[in-house]
Design a protein around this ligand. Structure first.
Ligand SMILES: [Zn+2]
Length: 118
């Protein structure tokens, strides 16, 4: 795969990584030991709240958790793709070892499978 294309993909991936980390940091805490691992912050639980308020917070936490998981999954894919660039394995399908089309990679730079294995 040509170097220029990989350079462009790398830039895209790095921009995405920054963006995802920014989004995550607004409501989750980074695990410093494991790259790409985040935990959603618990809402502050103070006493003196009505059951209704507490129910709202639990619901909000559920939403946060779901969002956190979605963003974290994407972030992990981005990190893996960056690692594959380093190892010169970028753009190779993880399942069948065939090259992933550049068109697919352009739309989704962190793709780790080809369109057939998707
Ligand atoms: Zn494949």
């Amino acid at each position: 795969m040509d170097k220029k294309f990989i350079e462009q993909q790398k830039e895209q991936l790095e921009a995405q990584k920054t963006k995802l980390e920014e989004q995550l940091s607004s409501f989750a805490t980074k695990n410093k030991e494991v790259e790409g691992d985040w935990a959603a912050k618990m809402p502050e639980m103070d006493t003196g709240k009505s059951l209704e308020e507490e129910a709202d917070e639990v619901e909000e936490f559920g939403t946060r958790l779901a969002l956190e998981r979605t963003l974290e999954t994407e972030l992990k894919k981005v990190i893996l793709a960056l690692e594959r660039i380093k190892k010169n394995k970028y753009g190779v399908c993880e399942k069948c070892d065939k090259p992933i089309s550049q068109g697919r990679l352009k739309v989704y730079p962190q793709a780790n499978t080809c369109s057939k294995c998707h």
